[in-house]
Design a protein around this ligand. Structure first.
Ligand code: GAL
Length: 369
């Protein structure tokens, strides 16, 4: 079994000098009005809808004009939306990219007009024109997911029994996917090498485990196939899933195959994003048992603070300058901490912080096909 090493997976271009100079700032900063284009990637996952609206409100509260668009997982549509924002004279772009390498040309056009470009949650690759990156510690997301599996299965260095685990990863065109996956793999690795965790499908590479566009139905299909090919005669103990939508697709396939959520032979399943439907499953014990909460209100605040700093003639705060290499440079980043959420702490983390109410969790509608 070959496990990619973190360094290899992340290694792209060599070290480049980090410039903290905001290209939209400087002499002209006094004239900046804060006009910002917000390009969100999809409505298929709740967070982007909430964040688009949140970003818009925060910017408007500062008196800045905004344009908000959603790319609906369609790369050419997102490029056209960004192009139109640039034509309309935005000074800032906050972009949750769909295709991580598809924006070079339109960003170069934006940069020619002095636009400051902030990659939002997902890093944009292979362009020198990204100024800042606002995100979470994406590697840590995978670490938390794998730690949940280790804790739930009660694995220790002395474990001699074998546990069957399958791995899922996110969309290949999303730069975050490799970080989530590698964090998970690195954390499971000692148990894999020690023999207590086995992956019966032998699908341990990012390519083989990827779910394009993070699509729930694609995940359901892959899980159904894995069950058919490898689990006719053996138990499945856990599934490393990178995102709640994928987790729910995995649960659907298991239910189709007569696994009973909540029963002893239902596998441990992880997730990410604290989507209401997934929180409901965690609370009621009817599916995945974990999600990784990323407080997207904080993320929106970080991105808006970056705009605000530059409008004010200053330089945005960053707390990481050596992790996110986009192929041209290490992009100055502000990274927030993700939080592990289970039935034990969802109330404290998600409800008490007013991210979601108990009522909203309880009444979360089922996925529709
Ligand atoms: C990733 C993001 C995750 C999840 C996923 C699917 O880029 O970091 O939190 O939202 O996209 O939308």
């Amino acid at each position: 079994m070959h496990l990619s090493r973190r360094g290899l997976l992340y290694g792209t271009a060599g070290v480049a000098a980090v410039s903290l100079a905001a290209c939209g700032a400087g002499e002209d900063s006094k004239q900046l009005t804060g006009f910002t284009g917000i390009a969100m990637p999809t409505r298929a996952s709740d967070r982007w809808v909430l964040e688009g609206a949140d970003l818009e409100k925060r910017l408007q509260d500062l008196g800045y004009k905004t344009i908000l668009e959603n790319g609906e997982d369609d790369v050419p549509a997102q490029v056209a939306q960004i192009e139109s924002m640039v034509d309309q004279g935005v000074e800032f772009l906050i972009i949750g990219a769909i295709g991580n390498t598809s924006l070079g040309e339109v960003l170069s056009k934006a940069k020619d007009k002095g636009v400051t470009i902030i990659a939002y949650d997902r890093l944009i690759l292979e362009t020198p024109d990204v100024d800042y990156y606002a995100s979470f510690d994406n590697y840590q997301v995978g670490v938390l997911q794998a730690k949940h599996i280790i804790a739930k299965l009660g694995l220790t260095q002395d474990t001699t029994e074998q546990y069957n685990v399958e791995l899922f990863s996110g969309s290949l065109d999303d730069n975050n996917s490799q970080y989530f996956f590698q964090g998970g793999l690195d954390t499971l690795e000692p148990y894999i090498y020690g023999g207590s965790v086995v992956v019966p499908s032998n699908e341990t590479e990012q390519d083989a485990t990827a779910i394009q566009q993070w699509d729930r139905k694609t995940a359901r299909t892959r899980m159904a196939q894995l069950l058919e090919d490898h689990y006719q005669d053996r138990p499945l103990h856990a599934v490393l899933s990178p995102y709640d939508g994928i987790s729910r697709g995995i649960v659907e396939a298991l239910v189709d195959a007569d696994f009973e959520p909540g029963s002893d032979d239902f596998p441990v399943i992880t997730g990410q994003d604290a989507e209401l439907r997934s929180l409901k499953a965690i609370k009621e014990g009817t599916g995945q048992t974990e999600t990784v909460f990323k407080d997207t209100r904080q993320l929106a605040e970080v991105a808006v603070d970056m705009v605000k700093a530059i409008v004010g003639g200053g330089t945005p705060d960053v707390n990481d300058q050596g992790t996110y290499d986009n192929g041209f440079k290490f992009v100055p980043s502000y990274l927030l901490e993700p939080v592990d959420v289970t039935v034990e702490n969802y109330k404290e983390v998600v409800v008490d912080s007013e991210y979601a109410t108990e009522e909203a969790i309880d009444s979360a509608p089922a996925d529709v096909d």
